[in-house]
Write a protein that binds this ligand. Sequence first.
Ligand code: ATP
Ligand code: FE
Length: 337
Amino acid sequence: KYILAIESSCDDTSAAVLCHTNVLSNVVATQEIHKQYGGVVPELASRAHQQNIVPVVHQALAKANIDKKELSAIAFTRGPGLMGSLLVGTSFAKSLALGLNIPLIEVNHMEAHILAHFIEDENKSKPTFPFLAMTISGGHTQIVKVTDHFTMQVLGETLDDAVGEAFDKSAKLMGLPYPGGPLVDKYAKLGNPSAFDFPKPKVDGLNFSFSGLKTSILYFLRRETQKNPKFVEENINDICASVQHTILDILMEKLQMAVDQTGIKQVAIGGGVAANSGIRARLKEAEETLGWQTFIPKFEYCTDNAAMIGIVGYLKFEKGKFTDQSVAAKARYAIGS
Ligand code: ATP
Ligand code: FE
């Protein structure tokens, strides 16, 4: 069985071919155009998807060495995401499935970030049910209880900015280019995480808030640069280390709370921020001191990619969970709905 998967929810156009749980190809065209605007511009994203989708799908089939006539089904991201972006992938998937007369399978992007843990990878162990999943990316921050492949419950999520956004906006305040997350990580390695103190938000339960942190960093930097115009330049490592330390404290406190509440000690992380070396170190520490088992997929399956859409496609294919041609893209699409 070969499944073609298509992802176009935000600013990456991606197509993958899977054979069962094995990824034969996973092609991602990242849209560079947004860099000059310091964030994703929806209208430009949807235009770039239109340009990219045919060549990206062709490349995915060619790399997998599969003819489209050999495909068993087409899986696609229905939502959540930018409407204009989702429409491109959704329409393309619908017409291809119709043309080839094979089943169509809709996929929730957030469920796919979680089920990416089940992509075949001989170097990684997989979580067993039930487990906790934390998705941390540029657009999302969620803790989810995963009971089985298709039963998930959101325990908490961000009330304002996503964690990746918190990294990127803090970086922007320090004058670093977009997306600043990886740079904050890089400088943080050289700095002192206790050099500066930033207040942590008081949010009840398992929800998150990151917009207050951004504001306090703004005021802090403004105050310090008034005293010393070269403050940021001279202290970039310490500022990055302190900002990152605060963000990671927030994430780890909520994870710990989720573990305590559910009694589940398997914690699976996904999303682009999972690349952060600090969060990886904290998780390792929690394995040693708290007896957690933690999981992070290969990096290419953490950022937006079609392989994770394909694994959900495969799991749904096995259960006969197909979608008919009347399906429409859904910009807001909660897990489990
Ligand atoms: P979505 O939210 O739909 O997954 P996205 O494209 O915004 O889409 P990702 O591609 O998953 O998100 O992740 C990008 C985010 O991850 C950016 O905010 C980026 O700054 C952040 N990021 C990437 N690497 C690191 C790192 N090493 N440390 C901190 N943040 C990082
Ligand atoms: Fe995503």
